[in-house]
Design a protein around this ligand. Structure first.
Ligand SMILES: N[C@@H](CCC(=O)N[C@@H](CS)C(=O)NCC(=O)O)C(=O)O
Length: 230
């Protein structure tokens, strides 16, 4: 892992396990956008992060020209702008009405269900809702998603697009709560899609461990050893 140079690269304030930060890192890597990254402690956020974006969530991308992107989808849009490698083919399919609605559903209703299913202790007043949330997420989101992936292997159709990257970290979190339960649900196409991303070089590259709180040049996709997720 290299140290930052004086090259003006975008700087990503990131958190390794955050699904929003994961989708941003995957997009930057896939688009072959060199960037620096800082692994942030969510309990001790750096002053620079809060100065750039007082709402204090990650990811945040500081652009060399002085701009700030503090929503993961905006970072993905910047990554896949048409001057990036293959940018249009990853971005254009994500603009369809169907994929925009799917993203909204993921970041809205499904994320709400996922939080209550994964972290019932954070919602003590809603504890009895945990099983209901699992069922609702299955029926309203995961089964329809799987049916769609049965027809075409990716949300971009024959090839992946930004919507695939945007949803994958959230489906991964859901599947990891009770892997044995997830494995026996009627979600064959979704399970195959999830397995494909989990074993991809892109996911391994995005999960590389960074030293805490120091900016480093994030290793490019082709430089990442396959053991990076270990
Ligand atoms: N809408 C934001 C959501 C980002 C978000 O909620 N990130 C979480 C981590 S996964 C966060 O930073 N939470 C603030 C905290 O935990 O203090 C985006 O798309 O970037």
């Amino acid at each position: 892992m290299q140290n930052p140079t004086s090259n003006p690269l975008p700087l990503l304030f990131s958190y390794r396990r955050c699904p929003y930060a994961m989708r941003a890192r995957m997009a930057l890597l896939q688009a072959r956008r060199p960037f620096q990254a800082i692994e942030v402690s969510l309990r001790d956020k750096p002053a620079e992060l809060l100065a750039l974006s007082p709402k204090g969530t990650v990811p945040v991308l500081r652009l060399p020209g002085g701009g700030v992107l503090d929503q993961s989808w905006d970072i993905m849009a910047w990554a896949f702008a048409s001057d990036s490698e293959g940018g249009d083919s990853w971005w254009m399919p994500a603009q369809s009405e169907r994929n925009r609605a799917l993203l909204q559903d993921n970041d809205g209703r499904f994320k709400h269900q996922l939080d209550r299913y994964k972290y019932p202790e954070r919602f003590p007043n809603e504890a009895p809702a945990r099983d209901r949330m699992r069922t609702e997420a299955l029926e309203s989101f995961l089964v329809p998603l799987s049916q769609r992936l049965q027809v075409e292997p990716y949300l971009g159709g024959a090839t992946a697009c930004a919507t695939d990257l945007a949803l994958f970290p959230f489906v991964r979190q859901f599947a990891a709560v009770e892997p044995a339960w997830f494995a026996v649900q009627p979600l064959e196409a979704l399970q195959a899609w999830l397995d494909g991303w989990l074993s991809s070089g892109l996911f391994a590259a995005c999960m590389v461990k960074l030293p805490a709180q120091n900016p480093v040049i994030f290793p490019a996709l082709q430089d990442t050893p396959s053991s990076a997720t270990a």
